[in-house]
Design a protein. Structure first.
Length: 402
C-alpha cells in the first residue's frame, strides 16, 4: 500500500497521513494477525499490531477489544481496562457488535473477580483462611485467561491463605503457578521462600531468596529472611547428622525414639508450635494453648517429652530478645568456645556472615583484612584470663580438701 502511493517502506511517521484509509478487510486481517501472535505467545508483537489497528481504526470497538486483551496479557491491567471500556462504549467499525459484546462480557467478569477478591481479603482479615482460599479459588474461576496479572495476584493471595492454614504444599504450588505467569513477581518469590522455610526445605528457600535478591534488593526484611533460611539449613543439617540410628527403651520398656510425635520432629521451634515464621504474639499464644492441650501428659496420646518441647518453644519465641537470637542462629554457635589458639580468631555471627555475603556494600572495604583484628584478639584474651582468675579466687583450694 505504501509503495502504491509512492512512499518507501518502512513508512516515516511524518508520511503516515499520506496513506489511504484502511477498509474493514484490512482491520480483520490485522486482528487475525494479533490473534495468531497471541497464540504463539508473542505478546509484545501482538501489542504493536493491536496499537496499529487502533491507530488506523480509532472508532472500531473490535480493535480496542484486542488492544485491551493484549494489555492484560502483558500485565498492564489499568491500560487494558481503559481499552475495554472504550470498546464497550463504541459499537462501530468492522465487527462492531461483536467487539462491544466481547468487551462487555470481559468487564463483567472482571467486576465479579474484584468482588470475590474483596470477599477473600475480608475473610483473611478475620482469620478464616480456608474460606479466604475458597474465595480466591472462585475469583480464579471467574478471571479471564487474558488477565494474567490478576491471575498471578490471586494465586499469590491464595498461597498466603494456604500458608496461614499450614497447607504449605498447596501454597508452594500456587506460588509456582504465579511465577509461571510472571517469573520476576517479587511477592510470589517471597511467599514461596517463606513457605519453603516453614516446610523444612531450606536449600530451596535460599535459592528462591537469592532470586528475589536479584529482582528487588530493597524488599522489606530480605536480609532477615536470608539469615533465617541459612539458620534453618544448618539446623536441618545438624538434625540429620545427629539423628539416632536405632531406638532405645527406657526402664518401663517404652520406646523413647517413638515417644516424640512426628508432628514435633526436628529442631524448628516454629514448626513445633505449628505457626508461621512471622507469627504475632497472639498467634503464638493461641498455638501454644492448642498444642499444650493436645500433647498434655495426662491426656491420651500425650507425651511428657512433647509437652516440654512445646513449652520450650513458646518460652523462646514469646520473648522478643530470645526470638531474635534464635532467628539469627545464635543457638548454632553454642559449644564452640574454648581456650585454644583457634578459638582466639574472631568468630562472625551467622547474621554477619550472611549479610557480608549478600549485602557487602553495608561493610567497609579492607583489601588487606581487618587492621584491628589483633587488637580485638588481645582484648578478648585478657578478658578470658581475668574471668579465669576471678573463678580461681572464688573457688576453695583443692589441697585443703584432702
Amino acid at each position: 500500500m505504501a509503495r502504491s502511493v509512492g512512499l518507501d517502506w518502512p513508512v516515516p511517521a511524518a508520511a503516515l497521513r499520506q496513506l489511504p484509509a484502511e477498509g474493514p478487510d484490512a482491520l480483520r486481517l490485522r486482528l487475525t494477525l494479533v490473534r495468531a501472535l497471541l497464540r504463539c505467545r508473542r505478546e509484545q508483537q501482538a501489542m504493536l499490531e493491536a496499537e496499529a489497528a487502533v491507530r488506523y481504526h480509532p472508532s472500531a470497538s473490535a480493535a480496542r477489544l484486542w488492544a485491551g486483551r493484549c494489555q492484560l496479557r502483558l500485565g498492564n491491567r489499568e491500560a487494558g481496562l481503559r481499552q475495554l471500556r472504550s470498546a464497550r462504549a463504541a459499537s462501530t467499525g468492522a465487527d462492531g457488535v461483536w467487539g462491544h459484546l466481547g468487551a462487555a462480557t470481559r468487564l463483567q467478569a472482571l467486576d465479579r473477580v474484584d468482588k470475590c477478591k474483596a470477599s477473600a481479603e475480608d475473610a483473611y482479615a478475620y482469620g478464616d483462611f480456608k474460606a479466604a482460599a475458597a474465595r480466591y479459588g472462585e475469583a480464579l474461576v471467574q478471571c479471564p485467561s487474558d488477565d494474567k496479572w490478576s491471575r498471578a495476584t490471586l494465586l499469590a493471595g491464595r498461597a498466603a491463605c494456604h500458608r496461614r492454614a499450614r497447607e504449605l504444599r498447596q501454597a508452594v504450588e500456587d506460588c509456582d503457578a504465579a511465577l509461571a505467569l510472571f517469573p520476576r513477581y517479587a511477592r510470589a518469590l517471597f511467599r514461596r521462600s517463606a513457605c519453603l522455610v516453614e516446610a523444612g526445605r531450606a536449600p530451596e528457600a535460599i535459592k528462591t531468596l537469592e532470586t528475589l535478591l536479584r529482582v528487588d534488593r530493597s524488599w522489606p526484611n530480605l536480609c532477615d529472611w536470608l539469615v533465617r533460611a541459612h539458620a534453618q539449613a544448618k539446623r536441618c543439617e545438624k538434625d540429620f547428622k545427629f539423628k539416632p540410628s536405632g531406638r532405645r527403651r527406657d526402664r518401663d520398656g517404652d520406646d523413647e525414639a517413638g515417644a516424640a510425635s512426628p508432628e514435633l520432629a526436628g529442631s524448628d521451634l516454629y514448626a513445633v508450635l505449628g505457626v508461621s515464621s512471622d507469627a504475632t504474639e497472639q498467634q503464638l499464644k493461641r498455638a501454644y494453648r492448642l498444642m499444650s492441650l493436645k500433647y498434655h501428659p495426662d491426656k491420651q496420646g500425650g507425651s511428657t517429652r512433647d509437652f516440654q518441647k512445646i513449652a520450650t518453644a513458646y518460652e523462646t519465641l514469646s520473648d522478643p530478645g530470645k526470638r531474635r537470637l534464635y532467628d539469627e542462629g545464635a543457638d548454632l554457635k553454642k559449644g564452640n568456645e574454648d581456650d585454644s589458639e583457634d578459638s582466639e580468631r574472631e568468630e562472625k555471627s551467622l547474621r554477619e556472615e550472611v549479610e557480608r555475603k549478600y549485602f557487602p556494600e553495608r561493610f567497609k572495604y579492607w583489601p588487606f583484612g581487618d587492621p584491628f583484628i589483633e587488637k580485638r584478639k588481645l582484648i578478648a584474651r585478657r578478658r578470658r584470663e581475668a574471668e579465669q582468675q576471678q573463678k580461681q579466687r572464688r573457688s576453695p583450694d583443692g589441697d585443703d580438701e584432702w
